[in-house]
Design a protein around this ligand. Structure first.
Ligand SMILES: [Zn+2]
Ligand SMILES: [Zn+2]
Length: 334
């Protein structure tokens, strides 16, 4: 591939647009609503309708000069290229971006996962020549457990300690709604209590058709009422005095990083829940092979091991150092 249709800064010259740019640009294509991908201040934003709603809730109605919603699978021809969005399975509205130009197909995955999650449109593999993949969990040591087992451990702990409340640290966008959905699907039908920072995004998910059951604000509840209850809050709130209002709280943190003992300790998690919204190592490998790409650019995480693995498969591969992506792969740890 002499001249890729996307450059190493995820700029697409044929349509003068940037994918997930870290600085305000005239034209941006946004894969999903997490803060290290979606920023305010672009002239025009092209994204799925769900992502646009998420951006408006997080940054305000006028966070971009103009929005253009593009549904999954609808090819959009702009100048010399065609843009199509495919589900990435990461959070609601999250998309992979396919750029077709000059007979070439290039895919930017954004963040993605393959495991079924009813709070996100399910991931679909997309055939391409150039695959630009994230690698948040790009080390062989990462093999995510079944989230159903993690939720079962949580519910067991709740049943065994009815006098305590369980506080689950979750990022407000994506993880919170997924954990709530997993709890509902495991049969937890009591109200789930929310920190104030979670409320608007949970309401938006519900408005966009994701069933989450009865959700109540956690503030203003007495200690006695909160015994045996489950509370969802941002990870930071759980570490500070906010959590003292609850009876002898069991601190849980839900993140793919909870498989790393040191991270679980830092998060003060008595009950770490390994629930990830990214591919693990095996899923990254499968996705790369399935795409049929000859060239793979690896970004957003642990690039080196995956680049090495690609080369061993006979693929051309290189790491991309993109500015503005945090080390944890979005939201400080997905
Ligand atoms: Zn990310
Ligand atoms: Zn993300």
């Amino acid at each position: 591939m002499d001249k890729p249709v996307i450059d190493r800064n995820l700029y697409v010259p044929a349509i003068d647009a940037w994918i997930d740019p870290s600085e305000p640009k005239a034209r941006a294509i946004i894969t999903h609503g997490h803060a290290d991908h979606a920023r305010s201040g672009h002239g025009a934003v092209l994204a799925t309708p769900d992502t646009i709603e998420i951006m408006k809730v997080r940054y305000g109605e006028d966070c971009a000069g103009r929005f253009e919603g593009l549904n999954f699978h609808d090819p959009l021809k702009i100048d010399g290229a065609t843009v199509t969005l495919f589900p990435a399975g990461h959070i609601l509205g999250s998309a992979q971006v396919l750029i077709e130009a000059e007979g070439q197909r290039a895919v930017v995955t954004g963040d993605y996962k393959r495991l079924r999650d009813r709070t996100a449109q399910p991931y679909e593999p997309v055939a391409c020549d150039l695959l630009i993949t994230e690698a948040t969990f790009g080390l062989p040591v990462f093999q995510h457990p079944d989230p159903k087992d993690e939720i079962a451990r949580l519910l067991k702990s709740v049943a065994a300690q009815p006098e305590r409340s369980h506080l689950i640290g979750c990022y407000a966008l994506g993880k919170a709604q997924r954990v709530i959905a997993l709890l509902r699907d495991a049969g937890w039908d009591r109200p789930i209590y929310l920190h104030g920072a979670m409320i608007r995004l949970c309401e938006l998910y519900q408005a966009l058709g994701v069933e989450l059951g009865e959700l109540l604000p956690a503030t203003g509840m007495g200690k006695a009422e909160m015994m045996g209850q489950i509370v969802i809050a941002p990870p930071a709130a759980i570490r500070d005095r906010w959590s003292r209002r609850f009876p002898d709280p069991v601190v849980c943190q839900a993140s793919g990083w909870m498989s790393v003992k040191q991270r679980a300790r830092q998060a003060l998690a008595e009950l770490p829940l390994v629930i990830s919204d990214h591919c693990d190592w095996g899923e990254l490998n499968v996705s790369i092979l399935e795409s049929g790409a000859e060239t793979v650019w690896v970004t957003h995480g642990r690039e080196d091991a995956l680049v090495y693995w690609c080369k061993k498969q006979g693929l051309k591969a290189e790491p991309l150092a993109l500015p503005g992506l945090d080390d944890d792969g979005g939201e400080g740890g997905e």
